[in-house]
Design a binder for this molecule. Structure first.
Ligand code: ZN
Length: 306
């Protein structure tokens, strides 16, 4: 029954989630390890996937396939994270052109979804509001959220105003937090950007008071089980804290994060959650939390009706 649970796929990066056959067809040659030796090794692998992009049409194709694959795994709603600056800008000519391609592609995919515009904590520090202004300009035209990704040890403080711009535009603010850094860093992210959800957030489990706060405030954690294992955030699958977080009442979604780089998919992540011991009722609660915490419109949320 697991793949049939109506669920939302919320933590999914476009360039880490190229369909394997498409990656090969576009000339991608890298093989991806089961475990990455370091964060730097992972980031290098992530950046290298952009080498396969030759034409703006390639970008369109990747988005369409990603949303379609997510829907085939049971997602009634998919949020695609994309960082428009850097290589995409060189490919399409401008951030505006990138947004047009990506938002068009989500609409063309034939399954409901939206775009999360990502800030890179290091790369975008020199111009910290730029991505938020871009995201706000595309609110209502496909963009549903502002993400913050990259090295969590880089300061969050410069992005406080960007988060306010996003909140004011009605976008969800969904930073990566509690993956590389622990509870103190999560607390700072909560203060500085007032997030609606946290991508990962799993290291909150190190601090029971913080776990209670996340549960009380209903802040959803967009967990990636395979991702956490591959990057050594947890020593092995059996040690993953998802069951503890769910049983403490924290809303959790499960997600691929990067389907290509971690060799996973949405349905597989639900299988892993089951392997961690989540009951049918707990899996259903995870699926429900993913839809509740998403930016999906009322027409999609109909699936929550008993
Ligand atoms: Zn991520």
């Amino acid at each position: 029954m697991t793949p049939l649970l109506p669920k939302a796929h919320l933590h999914l990066h476009l360039m880490g989630s190229i369909r394997p056959s498409t990656y090969a067809e576009l000339g991608g040659e890298a093989a991806f390890p089961e475990r990455y030796g370091s964060w730097e090794e992972f980031v290098a692998a992530y950046r290298a996937t952009k080498d396969v992009l030759r034409r703006p049409d390639d970008l369109h194709r990747l988005v369409v396939e990603l949303v379609a694959d997510s829907a085939a795994d049971g997602a009634v709603w998919t949020e695609v994270s994309i960082s428009p600056s850097g290589r995409h800008r060189a490919l399409t000519g401008s951030d505006e052109a990138t947004m047009e391609i990506v938002c068009d592609a989500v609409t063309a995919a034939g399954a409901p979804g939206g775009v999360v515009v990502g800030i890179d904590r290091e790369r975008d520090a020199a111009d910290p509001d730029r991505m938020a202004l871009l995201a706000a300009a595309w609110a209502g035209r496909g963009v549903v959220g502002l993400g913050i990704a990259g090295d969590e040890t880089a300061p969050i403080a410069p992005f406080g105003r960007a988060a306010e711009v996003a909140h004011d535009a009605g976008l969800l603010v969904v930073p990566h937090s509690g993956e590389l850094c622990g509870p103190e860093s999560i607390r700072e992210d909560l203060r500085v950007v007032r997030p609606d959800r946290l991508m990962h957030g799993v290291r909150a489990v190190e601090d029971p008071e913080l776990v209670r706060e996340l549960a009380d405030r209903g802040i959803t954690l967009d967990v990636g089980i395979s991702s956490n294992v591959a990057l050594g955030v947890v020593p092995d699958l059996a040690s993953h804290p998802l069951p503890d977080l769910v049983r403490a009442g924290v809303p959790c979604s499960v997600n691929a994060d990067d389907t290509l780089l971690f060799g996973t998919g949405l349905a597989h992540e639900y299988e892993l959650a089951r392997r961690l011991g989540l009951t049918d009722a707990e899996l259903a609660a995870v699926a429900r939390a993913s839809v509740v915490g998403s930016a999906a419109p009322a027409s999609v949320r109909e699936v929550l009706r008993p």
